[in-house]
Write a protein that binds this ligand. Structure first.
Ligand SMILES: Cc1cc2nc3c(=O)[nH]c(=O)nc-3n(C[C@H](O)[C@H](O)[C@H](O)COP(=O)(O)O)c2cc1C
Length: 332
């Protein structure tokens, strides 16, 4: 069992936020799956994202990879709050938590969203152990809105909102969804930036940071795939795999980069002189398509492992597939 601040995750496997965790039916299947230790919801905004036919996904041939041009969920946060409440009420004896993924382009809207999640947690004495919140700071597909996580100074107004809420309610489990970074300085910028939020908590005297987990990595933006490289080979006569051409690459094509990100963050956090940073849990994602890839994520330093592309290909059977070795071991 892996504990992240207030929530317990067992087994240490989950879906990461994605288009296949959009509605109540998909969330119910993820929640009912015995191989998921938690369920992440698709990233919601306060009022819902305007989705059209340019927002889509394609799967590559020759490697279990995807490219997508999706923005955020068309469903507003209020829908996810209703669905999470429905599932938590349906099954009070379960301890499986939800990670509610949210984002906004302005801090005031984000503040309202975090408040709405805090209000949900307050509806039942045990729900702060069943609900975490993840700030998606790394979607590469939003026109005119580059992911704030590529420049730490753009992240600060949003992190301030989360920190404000955390100090008002330190039971809140908060994480950040980060993009694939490629330079050592980028990891240090994030870690040094997060460290500025650590405080000594009275009366225990313990050092505490509002941010309890990092999910690494999101998709790799500005990627290009031609339609003849996809499983449907451009059957509709299109030139590019996605209508906009450019999109976010995921799956096996980014596995090594995601592993490198997980390894760098876990190493730098473990070496930190700030005891609160050493507590931060890494959720590893990116090209997890086999039990071997799950094991590699753990070897790189992830305590929890997630997948999206494989969920898109196999549905919730993805999690039995990723648990194959553990199942085999249990049989012998
Ligand atoms: C179709 C699709 C939609 C996604 N939507 C989201 C999203 O709404 N929020 C988010 O934080 N990440 C999103 N992601 C990124 C995934 O959560 C994950 O970080 C990334 O795809 C790497 O994992 P994978 O290789 O298992 O796909 C999406 C990925 C895909 C493929």
């Amino acid at each position: 069992m892996v504990r992240i601040r207030g929530i317990d995750v067992h087994p240490p496997l989950l879906n990461t936020s994605c288009a296949w965790a959009s509605d109540l039916q998909q969330l119910t299947a993820l929640y009912d799956c015995p191989h998921t230790g938690a369920v992440s919801t698709r990233t919601a905004t306060l009022s819902g994202f305007k989705e059209d036919s340019s927002h889509t996904v394609a799967f590559l041939t020759g490697s279990l990879s995807s490219i997508n041009s999706y923005g955020y969920s068309p469903h507003p946060l209020s829908s996810y709050i209703t669905w999470v409440r429905t599932l938590l009420e349906r099954d009070p004896s379960s301890s499986k938590p939800f990670i509610v993924s949210i984002t906004e382009s302005d801090p005031d809207s984000l503040r309202k969203m975090v408040m709405a999640i805090r209000d949900l947690c307050a509806e039942h004495p045990s729900w702060h152990t069943r609900i975490a919140v993840e700030f998606n700071a790394s979607c590469p597909n939003i026109k005119g809105n580059p992911p704030p996580s590529y420049s730490f100074s753009s992240l600060i107004p949003f992190l301030n909102v989360f920190a404000e809420h955390f100090w008002a309610d330190p039971t809140l489990t908060i994480g950040l969804k980060l993009p694939p970074y490629i330079m050592t300085t980028q990891f240090h910028d994030v870690i040094d930036g997060i460290a500025t939020y650590t405080r000594q908590h009275s009366p225990s005297g313990q050092y505490v940071n509002p941010f309890a987990f990092l999910t690494c990595t999101n998709t790799l933006g500005n990627s290009l795939v031609f339609s003849d490289q996809t499983v449907d080979s451009g059957a509709d006569g299109s030139f590019f795999a996605l209508p906009p051409g450019i999109g976010g690459l995921a799956g096996e094509a980014i596995h090594s980069l995601s592993l490198g990100n997980v390894y760098s963050f876990s190493r730098f956090l473990a070496e930190s002189t700030d005891p609160a940073l050493r507590e931060i849990v890494i959720i590893g994602a990116g090209g997890v398509t086999s039990p071997e890839a799950v094991a590699r994520m753990h070897r790189a330093g992830a305590k929890l492992v997630g997948c999206a592309t494989l969920l898109g290909v196999l549905g919730v059977a993805a999690f039995a597939h990723l648990s194959r070795e553990q199942l085999n071991a249990a049989d012998h």
